[in-house]
Design a protein around this ligand. Sequence first.
Ligand code: SF4
Ligand code: SF4
Length: 350
Amino acid sequence: MQFDLEADLVKAKAKDLGADLVGIVGADTLNEFPPDPKWPQTPERISPFARSVVVVAKRIPVGAFRAKTNVPVQYIDMLVLRAMDRAAYRLSCWMEDQGFPSFVTAAQETDWSYKKASYGRLSTRHLGIEAGLGTFGLEVNILTPEFGPRIYLTGILTEARIAADERITEQVCIGESCSRCLYSCPPDAVRHFGIDKRGCATEAQEFGFSTIMKFWQHFIGEPPERRRKLLRDREIFGFWQGLLRVVGSFGDCPRCLAVCPVGNDYHAHLADIQKQIPEKTPEKVVKAKAFKEARRSGDPVDGLNDWNVRWVGPDGYKGIVARQLQAFKRTQQEKEHEAEQRRQLETSGE
Ligand code: SF4
Ligand code: SF4
């Protein structure tokens, strides 16, 4: 096939503009494999002209996951989203300068004509997987080998034909024998390669849309004196803060991101502080064991059915995290060895 733009050039430009990871997928592939065929989140429903989607990811710095409360992650999420959108916007402008109409999609939108709950015109997690950046975790976040689930993604729809990346077919997630995301989840919303979105929203969107609706539905039925009191409620402050800084309205719960042992950022800075999971309960351990048994016996599991396994990694788990950890330790040892040699040279030269 004849390509309009060189994939390496597009990726180098994206990195120059601030992307941490970049992948490319053909619009045809996304049209052929919608996450849920009943509610197709596909480029053709947005633009009939899109030929490729350039997927740009920005990592969430790990420092915030070492803090005592969730607030630093909540704030940094917003900064990461802004930086990611800026990088993607500039890349789309650059692609237009090369002669190919291009635009950034809204990464965190919800389209009410589709399913209820947060369900946008495209699923950025699926975009990332189709563009070869990672595979699903047990909690259906995208897990990248580089940063695990600690990333945000967006897509640029372009009319340029660009060579697509290969999907990762090996499961990046350790799976049922790890289940750390399941143990850490406060409302126990993690399913077997699935998620209870409503359950998750109680923590992840404390002051999100459904909380706002609940509050006002309650408010309008109250007598005037009670309403005056409700206007000074903590929730009103939460809504204001959510509108102003996104804090509280979105990406509020960092637990499954913080404890996932995939990615060198975890090995370097989170393994110590996140090793113990205070939210782990005997009930969750039983649940993880049942998942493991179901997988072992080949019981029907929605998240692993013939359609969905594409995004989990059809080849199954082959030890990518163990390999990555070994390589990481080797590099650390080499660095320490080099530092020691430098110290010795400096001492002998004194
Ligand atoms: S915490 Fe473990 S089970 Fe959960 S997504 Fe990460 S690797 Fe998979
Ligand atoms: S974001 Fe929080 S509530 Fe949602 S699945 Fe992850 S740990 Fe559970």
